[in-house]
Ligand binder design. Structure first.
Ligand code: HEM
Length: 221
């Protein structure tokens, strides 16, 4: 519901004016998620990069309550030691990776993962997307685009500081390179020492779900 200035100006701020008081009460009863952002709030957010949160912003109060259970992800994470990549059909490899989780006040967490070859430092895998929580439940969805031409939806559960996900939908560009991924599972959790751990498995045609990636990260802001 929107209460614009025109409507409010029709009701002068007279405490004895019953209609104005009712309108004010109505405005307060609209949840912050539904209430449109003010121009000042919008300008403040636009001035700052929507993708790279600062540590200050991570702790700031404008996180939408709908994604509060995911606040432990917010910020920037860097692989503390090279991640391990493997799969039966490829040679094992090591990689570094930076993760950014941010928000702009919507009931959504934005993310960006950038991976590099550990030795050559060449950019390799990149993915970015959005995390949504089903209101009133611990059901979580990752909406992901990968630089390989793959797009996917992963759904699963948030339990404390642990995310368990499985792809429910996969699509790719018509000219994506084979072999085609058939299924992805992902596990992200906060370890007791404050590090983040991610494990990704995938299935290809003729190759059941098998681990492809394992990596831990330290928070850098
Ligand atoms: C969900 C995320 C990912 C998916 C679905 C995915 C998928 C794949 C697939 C299908 C292959 C080909 C396997 C084969 O030829 O049999 C592959 C290979 C590879 N992936 Fe990933 N990958 C993912 C993330 C990553 C990440 C984060 C890295 C980190 C650098 C990475 C690095 C590699 C490398 C180095 C190869 C071997 C390439 C080659 O030998 O030509 N992947 N990946």
């Amino acid at each position: 519901m929107k209460l614009n200035r025109k409507v409010l100006s029709a009701y002068p701020p007279d405490p004895n004016n019953d209609s104005f008081t009712k309108l004010q009460q109505l405005h307060m009863s609209v949840s912050s998620e539904e209430r449109p952002m003010s121009c000042v709030q919008q300008r403040f957010l636009n001035q700052r990069s929507p993708c790279w949160p600062t540590g200050k912003r991570r702790q700031s109060g404008n996180l939408n309550p709908a994604v509060l259970p995911l606040d432990w992800l917010l910020g920037t994470w860097q692989s503390d030691e090279p991640g391990e990549g493997s799969f039966p059909s490829i040679s094992p490899f090591r990689y570094t990776e930076t993760l950014h989780f941010s928000h702009v006040g919507q009931p959504i967490i934005n993310f960006m993962f950038n991976a590099f070859h550990a030795e050559s430092k060449k950019p390799l895998h990149r993915e970015c997307g959005f995390i949504r929580l089903q209101p009133g439940s611990n059901k979580v969805a990752f909406i992901i685009a990968q630089n390989s031409g793959l797009v996917e939806i992963e759904e699963g559960e948030l339990t404390g500081q642990q995310l368990t996900l499985r792809s429910t939908s996969l699509a790719r560009t018509s000219f994506a390179k084979e072999p085609y991924v058939q299924q992805i599972s992902r596990h992200i959790h906060m370890k007791p020492d404050g590090r983040l751990e991610q494990t990704v498995s995938m299935a290809l045609e003729g190759q059941p779900l098998t681990q492809h990636l394992h990596v831990t990260y330290r928070r850098t802001d």
